[in-house]
Write a protein of this length. Sequence first.
Lengths: 285, 371
Amino acid sequence: MLTIDTGAYCFRLESDLEHVKKMVTMMYGHQEDHNQIKPADYKIRIKFDSFFRRFIKPQISFYSDCHLPFKPMPANQAFPVLEWGMNWCISAYDFNHLIIHAAVIEKDGQAIIFPATPGSGKSTLSAFMALSGWNLFSDEMAIIDLNSNRVSPLYRPVCLKNESITLVKEWFPNAIFTPVAKDTHKGDVAHLKTQDFSCFNQLNKAEIKAIVFPKYARDQDITIYQLNKSQGFSQLVQNAFNYNILGATAFDTVKKIIESSNQFEIIYNNLDDVSDLLINDILAI
Amino acid sequence: MISNTLSYIISIFKGNLKTDLSINEWERIIFILRECDTLPMAYESSKISGTLNNYPEYAIKHMHAAQIYSKRQAQQVRYECTEIAKTLEETGIQPVFLKGAGYTLRNSRNSLGRIYTDIDVLVPKHQLNAAEKALNRHSWSTKRLNNYDERYYRQWSHEIPPMFQIHRGTVLDLHHNIVPPMGRKAKDISSLLSQTVLTTGGFKVLSPEATVLHSSAHLFTNEDFSHGFRDLIDLYVLISDFESDTFWEKLLLLAYKTELTLELYYALTCCKFYWELNIPDDINTDLRTKHKNILTAFNICIFKLGLQPHHPLIQEKKHSLACLLIFIRGHWKKMPKHLLLFHIISKAWTMFINQIFGKHHFDPPKPDLHR
């Protein structure tokens, strides 16, 4: 049994696949020692689908304790399936937080949220920022305390897809990547470790300073627009996983975030420019 | 027979849990409660009994999250029932809301924190077609099944294939009887259907006695006990709440009238075993005299095992065997034997194929891992 401590959520993993255990150790490190006493929030399993499918076109299933949220997948996708399964557990069971489909980065106790609008390149952006002096809270979900504007850090690898894998490898040749899982439903996928657990442990919940909607445009220099509050509100709601379950509490929380933060759209073709802009023009406001 | 962890879980619902449990014990409790859909019910009953605040933060956190989800479901159930009642009443049909939806509409204590998979609605058999058509007109569609399952429902079952609301995804089971019409009990049970009351919101639900008998009949004629633990909590809480001088008397009378005394005997015996439910002596004696014998004693033994939460942290080999026996018994009681044989062959073939090729082998390829 392996323990995966992601900070806000602790998972207990059971798997008969050696390569899954190897990748978990690679991405999360050896965590057994320091969290023996910490109770797990979710029990998860990655198992071969049937005796025959261990040998013929190997196929695995992700289990959240006893039940199967997804259909079985080819065995070479086991680690990405595990990561997506963990995301599933969080969004299926945690209704104590507002959860937004977004990347979150932080500096000096101030967080910036990048909602997952299509074409935003949020994973590439997360990987770049995490390895260029920002603290990465998540490349996938913003975990926000209800009736507050505080977001929690999560200890997870970044999920990179297709061309961005090559791109990030070029930028950071020494970074730790899992092998590429080919032909998943999101294309080719690799995971990237961006920080050590000891560094992660220093991070605290942070105030949300801004919501930024990034857009990549090859031929356009960096441009920034301020959005009005109602645009920001509706964009944030559209990306919330559990807005409809939380109802009025979610409305109040989003309202609080929008009122206490600024919302921008950024068009960019270079991530260094984005980092400078965030530091000089957004965090400094 | 009852493990430590299970005895703690039972105490949660009885409101007398001693609170010096280790955090690992709490982890087991939370996992088991979550898998058998009773985590929010545990929150609500702990809140009512005042024990919640003594639990560790870990347990409260998970129970609370689950409770938010169940509250949202209850709100949705009320909305859907209003819509369904409106739709059917336009065609002159007044539906009776059964099981979970019925509990929520009558606001009984067991509805607090209850999780639903579907809404169960009963209409008279001669109005079944009209009801289905009326619902179709209001965006309720029927799930596509394979030919065998479709025929099973239409010819042999007490309900039509599940319907779903195409915009909201809610699932509706439209019944014309309480148990399958092929079984021996079908006629006797029909008289339960006339035992209805109106809730304060104007919805038709079964009377308290009929509710208890229906829940008992449903549980102890079922071949699938995967929600058995939750269903037994329902029975225990319903009986504890309905209890009065006249309730027991009326309950026994209706059980005789509908020939459900055996199911009531099973229900009361299991409630007494797990929850130490107080049953008046005369009722107890009456049912025991009528039904206590070797066969029922054996059945009670497998029911007690099958009713435990279905989770590897609790279940041993004997539980799986009990569930298998319950599965066989349920089908044996439900269907005429030639149909049963056909049914078993058909289902066994599907299981065999799944074993070889893995589940979902013939499903269209559509990985839907993440939104």
